[in-house]
Design a protein around this ligand. Sequence first.
Ligand code: CTP
Length: 400
Amino acid sequence: MKGKHIVLGITGGIAAYKSVMLLRLLIKSGAEVQVVMTPSAKEFVSPVTFASLSSKPVVSEFFTANSGEWHSHVDLGLWADLMVVAPATASTIGKMANGIADNMLVTTYLSAKEDVMVAPAMDLDMWNHPGTQRNIATLEKDGVIIVQPGSGELASGLEGKGRMAEPQEILEEIKKYFNKRKDLSGLKAMVTAGPTYENIDPVRFIGNYSSGKMGYEVARELDERGAEVTLISGPVNLPVPSDSIKKIEVVSAQEMYTEAKKIFDENQIAVFAAAVADYAPVEVAENKIKRENQEEMTITLKRNPDIAASLGALKKGQTTVGFALETQNELENAKRKLHDKNFDIIVLNSMQHPQAGFMKDTNKVTIINQNGEIEDFDVKSKRAVAKDIVDAIKKWREND
Ligand code: CTP
């Protein structure tokens, strides 16, 4: 659960007090939780309790009344690895099933790119009502995971089905959900990420704006799904997403190539997400180059090894994935790179889209495979894009 992003939606029911425990369990298991409350949920438990336990202000309104600060349900939907609505009242279930977006919680649900889990809580008659059952069936059809309510004493004094599952049970369901995705166990994967720096002298280099985020998210996703991951990273300012990922730090393209070549044979999956500098200075000055009085200066560059293409030529059954960042003739260039570098899959980053590319947290990609299949994706967080890429790898390996 470490590092998992969970949006915990709380609606107005007595069972909201149990969500305090659920939040505590989630935090203790290493998850990062953002609580979203409906206005009526705040009548049951104070947002202060949830804010202190999650170390994040609770989101409830579309904007903060005094400052006008806008809370983006779209950003929250992108951020989440899973949204859990617990307790979910009959009213919220009805709104979710019918897309009635009149509060922050339902708008977040409608914007969620990842899966959603719902733990209903209500009186037995409400639970048994055909309206509720119809809405539950709709949610199930929409792919929502329902944590069935338990039977027992209800807040109304009646006995029957309708009480929210216990926090520990909900936590188990959440863990089970994430564990089910360990579909790459037993496989080894390598990922190149970040920029490379090509030294000019001891204090200067040629580099690029790559933040490394996309590669790091792919490494995280592969790791979470059970693969044994080695991340070969150029200079970036990012923490390694998990203790179980082995990181090899490099600076130049030549170093990245040397390290990648050493381990390529032992991996079944190789993802080339690094923005490798194509050229490096022929000579690296031993001392800092002085300005002197030159109006112009020339640095002669030599070609760097093409890591992906060289290793692609040595392939023995590995699934290789490359990236293409194009500004023109996007699809055509991506297809050419897929072929030239012997990739099985290429991920085309759209430079045309304002929410895609270097330094951003979001990306808009098209995934193309050797069979000529092309899939276009919406703008998503880089984490969600990583999931789509790993899904594509999985599918390719199954059909190959
Ligand atoms: N790549 C690599 N080694 C290089 C250059 C690129 O491994 N020396 C990999 C990148 O990691 C990426 C893919 O090749 O997965 C395409 O990178 P890109 O820079 O778009 O391709 P280039 O071949 O350098 O083409 P150009 O810069 O001319 O568009």
